[in-house]
Design a protein around this ligand. Structure first.
Ligand SMILES: Cc1cc2nc3c(=O)[nH]c(=O)nc-3n(C[C@H](O)[C@H](O)[C@H](O)COP(=O)(O)O)c2cc1C
Length: 193
């Protein structure tokens, strides 16, 4: 009998600091849906990261930066969801991504995203996100990148998305990302034999 593999560790990162954020609701809903065999970790410290500055990108790292990098080091996959502000991603989210470039950060990690903006919205942001993830060396899983509009009134009092059709649409990119992470876990295990 083969050894059981460790649960896949999926890191979920929302790009909005706003309380009652729709992107935050996407992240919380995905965490709520993660199937057995995977473990969801919602990254919640984006607002604590200092402004990126190469002068402080050295030991001892600011604690929130060390924590972010440690979180990513232990990740099997990353799912993102960000709003658009003034035609691009929020500065605080870009700042987080900047901290991942030049470290092992997102390098080689399967990454997907959910764009919950109204139909056709935030395209410039996700175009820019694709470029940044490319520079960070992430493995963009195309089938785990989806535009799934989420109106504000779809978020219930618990902070989760309620309409069944939206929840069902969210499952597809989640499953695609976990499948890519599973394949990567398998090939890493083979290489370490
Ligand atoms: C200052 C500001 C600028 C915005 N600029 C854009 C924009 O350029 N394009 C867009 O599609 N939405 C824009 N929006 C709308 C937000 O993306 C939208 O409200 C989104 O739901 C916010 O995400 P959140 O609910 O996760 O905080 C803007 C909102 C704010 C507050």
């Amino acid at each position: 009998m083969g050894e059981e593999s460790a649960p896949l560790r999926l890191i979920l990162i929302g790009g909005s600091l706003r309380s009652h954020s729709v992107n935050g609701a996407v992240i919380a809903t995905i965490a709520d849906m993660v199937p057995a065999g995977a473990q969801a970790v919602i990254y919640q410290r984006m607002g604590e990261l200092p402004h990126f500055n190469p002068d402080i990108d050295r030991d001892p790292l600011p604690e929130p930066v060390a924590d972010l990098r440690e979180t990513l080091l232990r990740a099997d996959a990353v799912l993102l969801s960000t709003p658009e502000y003034a035609g691009s991603m929020p500065g605080s989210f870009k700042n987080l991504l900047d901290w991942t470039v030049g470290s092992s950060g997102l390098y080689g990690l399967p990454v997907g995203w959910i764009n919950p903006s109204a139909q056709g919205g935030a395209q410039d942001t996700y175009h820019a996100l694709r470029i940044v993830l490319g520079r960070a060396g992430a493995e963009i899983v195309e089938s785990a990148c989806a535009d799934i509009p989420v109106p504000r009134d779809a978020v219930g009092a618990t902070g989760l998305i309620e309409p069944v059709e939206i929840r069902s649409a969210l499952r597809q990119p989640l499953q695609a990302l976990l499948a890519a992470a599973k394949m990567r876990q398998g090939s890493r295990a083979e290489r370490s034999l």
